[in-house]
Design a protein around this ligand. Structure first.
Ligand code: NDP
Ligand code: PYC
Length: 338
């Protein structure tokens, strides 16, 4: 039985800010990281919640992320923005570029944001959800480190490569999904290792290529893609679109750049935004009703929409004004204030 510590939302946020600033992130970076990890913790997304304080602090202590990096925005075309994160985490770059991405999508119907030269540790749903709150449909994708074997192989080649999608719904929270193209995120395997829990079968192979449920052996070996060759192809697509297409690193190159330090991956991110008003030729209630009919048919048969669990967790934790993290994680986080 794992013991937990309860933190009020304010305590969780202030603890996050203190740890990040104590480890060398300026206020801009510390706030952008704290916002996203606290949002994840609020939604019970544990692999990308307060646990990431350990990862961000280890990375800056290894000299591998610039905690004071500025951002340069350029506009290669009417429908694209590039944000150079200059060796900082991606989140400040996203926040600086977001208004321009929204403006361009609303002018052109579709717009792309490339974030370059960034360290990237975060869940993608907070980004696409924000774009849907501005009335847009959106997609985001990133590579990571070469930890995942292609279907039919057994050597880490692609990243855990998450893809997120969000769809705006009138009067309702967006329909959003966000998942790794590996069976589970690497962060989930790291949490299993911390808590001494075995993995499900089919998640990873060990360094000899044999199936394993031991988290340590999985982290030393290779993770597997979801859906066999289908997830594998999607993962390769993400390598290409959020790598060479935007002139940034693949997961293989990110791992080479890391040089064995075990820091956060360093590469680019691609975010696409679509304006339903322009692409439909003038959005009507019928367009919305058709999307809602699809959602109803899913829910009415007892299936759930992606995000439903997250939104329920958000409501529960907001009402009680608290989140819970494992006691051992809390102790490790407090050590980062020393
Ligand atoms: P999961 O396998 O838990 O999948 C998460 C998604 O699937 C969520 O949208 C979730 O909705 C939905 N979902 C789960 N179960 C169901 C169900 N039964 N019916 C319908 N929808 C369902 O997550 P992963 O481990 O793959 O990824 C976790 C996080 O890790 C993501 O946020 C991702 O962005 C992040 N990540 C970040 C990386 C990076 O490089 N920055 C790399 C890899 C992952 P709900 O939340 O409501 O359960
Ligand atoms: O959980 O796979 C992961 C991950 C990689 C980078 C950030 N999170």
């Amino acid at each position: 039985m794992i013991e937990h510590v309860t933190l009020s939302l304010k305590e969780a946020y202030e603890l996050s800010l203190s740890v990040l600033q104590n480890n060398g992130f300026n206020e801009d970076h510390a706030r952008s990281i704290a916002d996203v990890i606290c949002a994840c913790q609020l939604d019970d997304c544990h692999s990308h919640g307060l646990y990431r304080l350990l990862v961000c602090s280890d990375t800056i202590r290894a000299g591998h992320v610039n905690g004071e990096a500025g951002v340069t925005l350029t506009e290669p075309s009417q429908a694209s923005v590039r944000a150079d994160a200059q060796g900082g985490y991606s989140l400040v770059a996203f926040e600086k570029a977001r208004p321009l991405l929204i403006q361009k999508a609303k002018q052109m119907g579709i717009a792309a944001l490339a974030i370059n030269n960034c360290y990237h540790f975060s869940a993608l749903w907070p980004e696409v959800e924000k774009l849907s709150e501005a009335g847009l449909a959106a997609m985001a994708m990133v590579p990571s480190h070469a930890w995942v074997a292609p279907a039919g192989g057994s050597k880490g080649t692609m990243g855990t490569n998450p893809i997120a999608f969000s769809w705006p719904r009138a009067g309702k929270k967006p329909f959003t999904f966000d998942f790794a193209t590996s069976v589970v995120a690497r962060g989930e395997i790291e949490l299993h290792r911390r808590e001494g829990r075995p993995l499900s079968e089919g998640v990873a192979v060990d360094s000899a290529g044999n199936p394993t449920t031991d988290p340590e052996a999985a982290l030393d070996g290779a993770m597997l893609t979801f859906g066999g060759y289908k997830g594998s192809a999607l993962s390769i697509m993400i390598e290409l679109l959020a790598g060479p297409l935007i002139d940034d690193l693949t997961s293989i190159e990110s791992l080479e750049f890391d040089g064995g330090k075990g820091s956060t991956p360093y590469h680019g991110e691609l975010i696409l935004a679509f304006d339903p008003n322009l692409l439909s030729g003038g959005r009507t209630q019928t367009n919305d009703a058709r999307a809602e009919k699809l959602f109803s048919q899913i829910v009415d048969q007892g299936a759930r929409l992606p995000s439903q669990r997250r939104y329920e967790a958000r409501e529960k934790n907001s009402k009680r004004n608290a989140v819970e993290i494992p006691k051992a994680l809390h102790a490790d986080i407090l050590k980062l204030l020393e």
